[in-house]
Design a protein around this ligand. Structure first.
Ligand SMILES: Cc1cc2nc3c(=O)[nH]c(=O)nc-3n(C[C@H](O)[C@H](O)[C@H](O)COP(=O)(O)OP(=O)(O)OC[C@H]3O[C@@H](n4cnc5c(N)ncnc54)[C@H](O)[C@@H]3O)c2cc1C
Ligand code: FES
Length: 271
């Protein structure tokens, strides 16, 4: 088995009220929610998430988990795709609205050190925790970031950080060919793996994309870390809504054993 080094730091998780700073609509169904009002010692690491109670009443009853794309000067940015009732409510929040927030929760991606050469494969909103990793990368590291979108207008989610960091090389792909390579970001990742050597592979996004990335990591025997953005209930390890099967035959709770896990330990082929 390949060595793991993702970090477990369920540190200082608690419930508090955050305040909406702004909601920045990017496309019909994609937006960035900016929240402030975090506790003074709030210090999330890349991969960690917030569990948001999106409305004060029972509808929807359960919290919704979202990765923290960045946390600067007391403000968190969260890249969100509107897919149902909860994310729709978040999209329509107004500056000053309060959000019942639980966090920071979950495990983190390994830190990218100066000697690392990391291949990232991110699709859609799965790009958010990977962006957080890029912000933390040491000078001297190299990151090849394969980013797949449906169409060009979705690239705005990463624009604020494009070109900001020396070590990050972005390789865009789109379903419709409107930007970058027309096809899957895993095609680009596969090509890069033939051209360069990497110390780690990180992925986050649709399950199919991560499963393809897993096959590449297994073939090349490269340490591989995946953020499993599966559906969750409690977020605290109690309800078992978020379990997935490990290669060791047991079930792992992605809320507290993840979301960032050793991708070599996941059964990627789902029936
Ligand atoms: C650790 C973690 C981090 C996440 N980070 C982000 C993020 O940064 N940005 C973002 O937009 N989303 C993120 N998600 C997914 C997000 O939590 C869901 O999209 C959200 O909870 C949907 O709530 P809803 O009420 O809008 O939709 P629902 O009404 O709950 O669901 C609408 C539809 O979406 C499907 N669905 C809901 N959740 C998921 C999921 N996790 N995976 C696949 N299909 C789902 C449902 O089956 C249903 O068909 C993350 C999930 C996890 C576990
Ligand atoms: S969401 Fe309840 S155990 Fe993971």
């Amino acid at each position: 088995m390949i060595a793991t080094e993702h970090r477990h730091c369920q540190k200082n998780a608690r419930v508090f009220k955050t305040r909406v700073e702004s909601v920045n609509t990017l496309t019909d169904d994609l937006f960035i929610l900016y929240l402030s009002g975090f506790p003074n010692d709030f210090d999330p690491e890349p991969g960690m998430f917030l569990h948001l109670k999106v409305a004060p009443d029972e509808h929807p009853l359960l919290r919704r988990p979202f990765s923290i794309q960045s946390y600067n000067d007391g403000t968190a940015a969260i890249l969100i795709r509107e897919v149902g009732a909860g994310s729709r409510i978040l999209h329509h929040l107004q500056p000053g609205d309060e959000v019942d927030t639980l966090g920071p929760l979950g495990t983190t991606f390994p830190k990218i050190g100066k000697d690392d050469s990391v291949l990232m494969v991110g699709g859609g909103v799965g790009v958010a925790p990977l962006i957080a990793c890029c912000h933390e990368a040491d000078a001297g590291a190299r990151v090849d970031f394969c980013f797949g979108v449906r169409s060009e207008n979705e690239v705005q989610g990463v624009e604020p950080f494009m070109g900001e960091r020396g070590p990050v090389h972005i390789h865009l792909s789109s379903d419709d060919g409107s930007v970058g390579y027309q096809g899957f970001c895993t095609d680009i990742a596969s090509r890069l793996l033939e051209e360069r050597s990497y110390t780690k592979i990180f992925t986050c996004g649709p399950w199919v994309m991560m499963a393809k990335t897993a096959r590449l990591a297994i073939q090349k025997e490269i340490p591989f870390f995946a953020s499993l953005e599966v559906q969750m209930g409690c977020g605290l390890g109690a309800c078992l809504a978020c379990v997935y099967e490990s290669t060791e035959g047991d079930f792992i709770r992605s809320c507290i054993d993840g979301p960032v896990v050793d991708g070599h330990n996941v059964v990627w082929e789902r029936v």
